[in-house]
Design a protein around this ligand. Structure first.
Ligand code: CP
Ligand code: NVA
Length: 301
């Protein structure tokens, strides 16, 4: 059985295959209506549960539309409306849901919840974001980079801001896809120690982005961070904002990415987000195509 739990625990060839499959599936749809079914219907007869213990716009809609395009059906479940949110164990939830559905996607807080779900489910489980990682997003980002600029191997990717869950999946991907990753943020917001060796550190963002093919940032306060940290984080991260002056120091054809949702004028200015380097809405669209490839890989016999 194939779970998609994280990029670092997924086979390199399988990851490459999913990116190529995603691009082929996107091309094959060729402007068809969003609700039209794909010709091959690879999820025909399949039922997919989408569990959210945190808010979501992109992950929720892109998985829902993607499954339906592939001929399957979905049910969206909010954690606090399930017995899961009222004391039932994740193990029992996994065992029960496995009797009804063919695949489970879960967005949750602790990584252990995801791991427990995968351990006790008898159907594939996909990580739709935890406090620690966001692998579907980074598969999408690699697809998006390659769509615009060709192979990502050997390219320079620079992350500015918080060393968070999205950064962690970039670090995993740097090793699997062979790109150079630089982290530029303040020491209190360094990535988790286990990622050391997968990226280099340059505290000065202006120096960090020199020669960058891709500049990436994310919200300064993630969903799992206490709101009480907001003011402190803004003070720590103000100097890491991606603005036009910073982008001007990257390569002239550098791309800008942000997984969204964004806090405009905090981590990135609207001039950058809506400017010539930005591919943020291609990223958002490609969640659909990348996740369809992940779903197909998980459900292949
Ligand atoms: N980028 C992302 O995962 O967005 P949502 O939180 O809207 O799903
Ligand atoms: N780092 C953000 C990503 C949201 C898609 C969060 O975890 O809230």
């Amino acid at each position: 059985m194939r779970h998609f739990l994280d990029i670092d625990v997924t086979d390199q060839g399988a990851l490459r295959g999913m990116i190529d499959d995603a691009r082929a599936m996107k091309t094959a749809r060729n402007g068809r209506p969003k609700g039209a079914k794909d010709d091959d219907q690879p999820l025909a007869g399949k039922m997919v549960a989408l569990i959210f213990e945190k808010p979501s716009t992109r992950t929720r809609v892109s998985f829902d539309v993607g499954v339906r395009q592939m001929g399957g059906e979905t049910m969206v479940l909010k954690g606090d409306e399930m017995q899961l949110g009222h004391g039932e164990t994740i193990a029992d939830t996994a065992r029960v849901l496995s009797r009804y559905v063919d695949l489970i996607m879960i967005r949750t807080f602790e990584e252990q919840t995801l791991l427990d779900m995968a351990e006790h489910a008898t159907v594939p489980v996909i990580n739709g974001l935890t406090n620690r990682t966001h692998p579907c997003q980074i598969m999408t980002d690699i697809m998006t980079f390659e769509e615009h600029r060709g192979p990502i191997a050997g390219k320079k990717v620079v992350w500015t801001g918080d060393g968070n869950n999205v950064f962690a999946s970039f670090a995993h991907a740097a090793e699997k896809f062979g790109f150079d990753l630089t982290f530029s943020g303040p020491p209190p917001l360094d990535p988790e120690p286990g990622l050391k060796g997968l990226y280099t550190v340059e505290r000065d963002p202006a120096r960090a982005v020199e020669g960058a093919d891709l500049v990436v940032t994310d919200t300064w306060v993630s969903m799992h961070d206490p709101q009480s940290a907001k003011e402190r984080r803004h003070n720590q991260l103000r100097g890491y904002q991606v603005n036009e002056a910073l982008m001007a120091r990257a390569k002239p054809d550098a791309l800008f990415m942000h997984c969204l949702p964004a806090h405009r004028e905090d981590e990135a200015t609207s001039a950058v987000m809506d400017g010539p380097h930005s591919v943020i809405f291609d990223e958002a669209e490609n969640r659909l195509h990348a996740q369809k490839a992940i779903l197909r890989w998980c459900l292949q016999d």
